[in-house]
Ligand binder design. Sequence first.
Ligand code: NAD
Length: 419
Amino acid sequence: MSYEQIEVPDDGEVITVDEATGELVVPSNPIIPIIHGDGIGQDVGPAAQQVLDAAAEATGRSISWMQLYAGQSARDRYDENLPDETVDAIRDHRVAIKGPLTTPVGSGFRSLNVALRKKLDLYTNVRPTYYLDGVPSPVTAPEQMDMISFRENTEDVYAGIEWEAGSDDVERVREFIEEEMGYEDTIHEGPVGIGVKPISEFGSKRLIREAFDYAIENDRDSVTLVHKGNIMKFTEAAFRDWGYELAEEEYGDDLITEDELWDEYDGEAPEDVVVVKDRIADNMLQQLLTRTDQYDVLAMPNLNGDYLSDAAGAQIGGLGIAPGANLGEGRVLAEPVHGSAPKYAGQDKVNPTAMILSGRIMLEQLGWDDAADLVRDAVEATISAGEVTYDLHRQIEGGTKLATSEYADAVCERIEDLA
Ligand code: NAD
C-alpha cells in the first residue's frame, strides 16, 4: 500500500481479516495508524503512543505506528480537513487510534469525527466506564460503576439531514410537512431550522446485537435499552421494540426480559443468562446516580448515547479519564471521549489517561488482553500513588502534579515493574 503524503513504516505487517470468521488476524508487529489530532491531541497522542509501545514491548510485541493527518495537520499538508488517503489508510489497516478533532459550532465544516465514523461505517461507539482506584469522583460510591455503553454511531439526529432557517430548502421541507403530511399548526411562523431523525431497524438491530454479544461473551448481568419512546414513538420506541424483537429472534434462552425475570425466576436470573431491560433516557440519567450498580451494558441511539456516556464518565473521573472506540465490521478506531480543549494545547499539561485507555480498548480488540490489562493496572497504580496531572491533582489531597509527558513516563515505569 502506498500513499502520497503518508509514510508507511517498513518494519511492520498489515492486519487482515479472516474471511470465514470475520475475525481480525493480528501479527505481532502490526502497522497501526494514529492521528494525534487537534489542540491537546499533540500532547495526549505521543503520551499514549509511548505507553502502548511499552505495553506491547513488555508482552513480546511491537507496534509500527503510521502517522495520519486530519483537522489542522491535514489543512497544513493537504489544504483540506479530511483527505481521502487518511480515510483509505484507516480502511486498509483496519485498527487505528485518533486524538480529538476540533469542530466549529454552527457555521463552518461539519464534524470530522462524524464524517470518519460514517465513511468507515463505524456503527458502534463503545465507552467503558469503570472506576480506577484513587481517581477523585463527584459521587460517594464511584466504585459501583462498571458499565459499558454501546452508542449507535450512524443515524438519529446526527445523520446530518438538516436545513438552515431562511433557506429555500427549509421552506420546501416546511411546505411538504404542512401541506402534504398534514402538520398544519405544528411549526411556528417565521424562520425555522428543520432536522430529520432517522432510526432504522437495520441500524438499531446491528448496534443492539453488538451489545447483546458483548454481554453474553463477558458474563454481564444485563443490557438496558435506553430510549425516549414515550415521546418519539416511531423512532425511539421503535429502537426499544427492535431490541426486544432481536432478543427473541436470535438469542433464545441466553436472554430474558425483566418481566420474565420476575414472573419466572422470582428476580434471580439463572447463571449465564442476560436480562434485557429498557429505561426512558431522562429516568436513566438519574438512575445512573442513584442505582449505579444495577446497570451494566447500555444500548442506545446516538443522541442518548452521547449524553449518557458523558454523564457516566463524569462519575468515574471525567473527561481526562473516559476512553472510547468506534467499531465496524472488522474495523476499530479508538478515540478518547474528550475534545481538543484548545486553551490547553501544547502545554504538556492535560491528562492523557483517556487516550491511553482508549488505546487499551484497541489492544483488547487486537486480542492482546495481557497488554491491555497491563495498561489498566499501570494507570491505576500510578494514579493511586497520587502521581497525576493537574486536573486530578487539584481534586485530591497531597499527591504529585505531573506534566503529560512525566505522567506517561510514570505509567511506563509501572508497566516495566508489573510485567
Ligand atoms: P473538550 O473535551 O475539548 O474540553 C472541555 C474541558 O474538559 C476542557 O476545557 C478541560 O477543562 C477538560 N478536558 C478535556 N480533556 C481533558 C484532558 N485530557 N485532561 C484534562 N482536562 C480535559 O470539549 P469542548 O470544549 O466542548 O470542545 C472543544 C473542541 O473539541 C470542539 O471543537 C469540539 O467539537 C471538539 N470535540 C471533539 C471530539 C472528538 O474529536 N471526538 C469530542 C468532543 C469535542
